[in-house]
Design a protein around this ligand. Structure first.
Ligand code: ATP
Ligand code: MG
Length: 479
């Protein structure tokens, strides 16, 4: 086989030829080139480079060449390249002569020792030479900003304080505290029974804060399995795992950067993770799983729980230091039974939502219906109210719902035995009694939630798994 004409066969010669060709190509293409020696002194500039000298403050080449490079080219990183031995292939250099796209490459001798560096100005005035690229980038950036704004706007109108219905003194106080929390950047702790509107209020606080345009990111600590929580919070570095996580993924902390992180059901956080969370909150930095690179963030935290956090602290199940870190501003949401004055307004707003969702005309409540609703204890609060209204609307075509429409749905209050009652009930075998209470409670909970097992489990204060287990057991008993 014969080589194509003119190309030498031995590899050394080919490499030398390629190096020379590339050097000549770049020398032609570049707006200017310079060489500095190991000591960082300018030893050579090409013809094209000379046009930059006046702007750098030099009239004659002799005054420029021979001087330490940083004395004649402000902000240069040539010395850094010589010292590190690593090239900086593309960089922006700004100084009194303008802004330039530059490239810097270390030069090595036969033994591989760095003996100097080559600097090239690839483009001067990138704002004009790279104009098409920069214009395209600017357009994309503007579109992205607009889309973000539209999204944030949608979210804001959906969850402002105005959508938190109620004007009872207790609710007015909640709103006052929420407004204060929105204006401050401090951590907020929302306490209240299930269904009292903690999540709704968290959204509203974010929407009223300076972070409104930035992300609102939720983590429900009760919903994520303990083993996955750490990755959920801090993310996974690429290559840390095989399989689906191979590419790595961002954790909620990173996603919430510059925005708000909502820690829902914080009382369910495993102790082991509490220390890590506290550290991340205090330092505003963390390391993703499988990485030792520290990531800095700026995250505002709103935490919520329906559990008694103080009690959990006393029992050693919740870290006291974390409790104080979260409990800077506390908002306690009243139970529905503590604000029956709001029942009518709430019911009206919820019935409106139901009408929109179902496409049916909006129902009204007769005074007898309001009386029935006011007499009930509402363990599931506003969420339960919504479910009860939904069921009532489904069970009848009446435009106006009366008390009778609710008595069938609302669980009867547990009959309290009178003081002098011999209480024949308790004379039955205890296991039978317990099974009965259990069956009644589960049935009531399912009725109140329209058969939604997850919500029913929540009302009963048991896990969904336990609810399924008990249901299966009751079925076996009655079979
Ligand atoms: N004041 C309110 N005005 C209007 N809707 C409300 C209000 N409070 C709660 N809701 C509605 O009730 C439902 C339950 O509210 P939310 O999810 O915020 O409760 P929560 O306190 O987070 O409950 P949980 O502890 O069970 O998670 C939601 O549909 C919410 O929109
Ligand atoms: Mg919630």
């Amino acid at each position: 086989m014969s080589a194509p004409a003119g190309l030498p066969l031995d590899s050394d010669a080919i490499v030398k030829l390629a190096a020379r060709s590339m050097f000549e190509l770049f020398s032609d293409l570049a707006q200017g080139m310079m060489l500095v020696d190991r000591a960082g002194r300018v030893v050579w500039i090409n013809e094209a480079y000379k046009k930059f000298l006046p702007a750098l403050g030099f009239d004659r080449v002799e005054d420029f060449v021979g001087r330490p490079v940083e004395e004649v080219v402000p902000n240069t990183l040539m010395r850094h390249v010589i010292e590190s031995g690593k090239p900086i292939l593309v960089d922006l250099l700004s100084n009194k002569a303008g802004t330039f796209v530059v490239s810097r490459i270390p030069l090595r001798d036969e033994a591989g020792e760095v003996i100097g560096a080559l600097g090239m100005v690839l483009f001067d005035h990138p704002e004009t030479t790279l104009q098409p690229l920069i214009a395209k980038f600017a357009t994309l950036q503007r579109d992205l900003d607009e889309a973000r704004k539209a999204l944030a706007q949608q979210r804001r109108t959906k969850y402002t304080l105005a959508s938190f219905i109620g004007s009872s003194p207790a609710v007015l106080e909640v709103k006052r505290q929420a407004r204060r929390a929105a204006q401050s950047g401090a951590s907020v702790l929302l306490l209240g029974e299930t269904g009292t509107g903690k999540e709704l209020l968290a959204h509203a606080i974010h929407a009223g804060s300076v972070r409104a345009e930035r992300p609102f990111i939720s983590v429900n600590l009760a919903a994520v399995p303990e083993t996955l929580l750490e990755a959920e919070f801090f993310g996974v570095a690429p290559g840390a795992y095989t399989g689906a996580e191979r590419k790595g993924r961002d954790g909620k902390f990173r996603l919430a950067d510059a925005g708000t992180l909502f820690l829902d059901e914080i009382g369910d956080m495993p102790l082991a993770l509490q220390a890590k969370l506290l550290r991340a909150l205090q330092e505003q930095e963390f390391e993703p799983l499988g990485s030792n690179k520290v990531i800095k963030v700026d995250v505002r935290v709103i935490a919520a729980t329906s559990r008694d956090l103080r009690k959990l602290v006393a029992e050693g199940r919740f870290r006291e230091d974390l409790y104080y870190r979260l409990n800077v501003l506390q908002v306690r949401l009243p139970a529905l039974r503590e604000r029956v004055a709001d029942l009518e307004a709430l019911a009206e707003s919820l019935l409106e939502g139901i009408a929109v969702r179902t496409g049916m005309p909006q129902r009204e409540l007769a005074p007898s219906a309001l009386a029935a609703l006011a007499a009930y204890r509402w363990p599931g609060n506003v969420r339960e109210l919504r479910n009860v209204l939904e069921q009532a609307a489904m069970l009848t075509d009446n435009q106006r719902l009366g008390g009778a429409d609710f008595t069938a749905i609302l669980p009867a209050p547990a009959a309290a035995p009178a003081e002098d009652d011999p209480a024949p009930q308790s004379l039955r075998p205890l296991p039978q009694l317990i099974a009965e209470i259990e069956r009644n409670s589960i049935e009531s909970a399912l009725a109140a939630t329209g058969g939604n097992k997850a919500s029913a489990a929540k009302l009963l204060g048991i896990s969904r798994a336990t609810l399924y287990e008990r249901l299966a057991a009751l079925k076996r008993l009655s079979a």
